[in-house]
Design a protein around this ligand. Sequence first.
Ligand code: AMP
Length: 282
Amino acid sequence: MKIISDIQDLRDQLRGQNRAVFIPTMGNLHEGHLSLMRLARQHGDPVIASIFVNRLQFGPNEDFDKYPRTFEADVEKLEKEGVYVLFAPTEKDLYPEPQEYRVEPPQNLGKILEGEFRPGFFEGVCTVVLKLFSCVQPKVAVFGKKDYQQLMVIRQMCRQLALPVDIVPAETIRAEDGLALSSRNGYLSAEERSEAVQLIQTLKEIQEKVLQGKLTSADILKIEKDACAKLNARGWVPDYISVRKRNDLLSANDADLSSNQPLVVLAAAKLGKTRLIDNLEI
Ligand code: AMP
């Protein structure tokens, strides 16, 4: 595997490749990331991964400085997955001057859910992903459904900017008890780690309730509120637990519910100092 940090070196290395498949990451790789590498192989060749902890997408009080950086272990894992090039730019490589041109997603997608609680997050994500796409020029890129709204934001960006990149979604990889794998799980104490499973448990309970019966939008609101209260009573601080339509991530009205629009339930909640997100299609 070639490890490249300079944009020009990357372009030289990839010249003439027109089926490249790309998986951007922030490193601290786990089985979730590696599943993306395996899926990528089925969609193109060669496989290009990147590791870059993108300052632009972190808020001032978020965990940019303490985000886990495990470069050597990550390199070993990517070697085993047959990745051809790892693009690992420094901040100076990717942002040699202040990044003043930014990509701002539309309010109705970029400022809801994660966007409401993490101002500037999707702007940071879109800006770096567009820039990484410009460096790598992939035919295909793989993103995890673990970050459901992010996947949607990126897809829409590609569509509206006519970027010649196909976005392939990858299923969420979970620990045996159901907790979605995440680099941030490493922040959890042993006690918090066993409690953390309650997040997906709560989403499963909501999924069951929604599937069981003919619900109105008022019923859904009550289910969401009760779920927040339940987690709250166990010591969590939920940002949101929300049932949304899969196609636009807006709430479902009674007509949507009675016409069986495909739904997804999304959640973000803090357990101690760690903020976890998860989602489940209904
Ligand atoms: P990150 O390093 O957190 O920016 O994630 C890089 C990519 O891996 C994103 O497309 C994530 O959605 C994806 N990802 C993270 N965790 C998982 C997981 N548990 N299962 C599948 N994909 C994941």
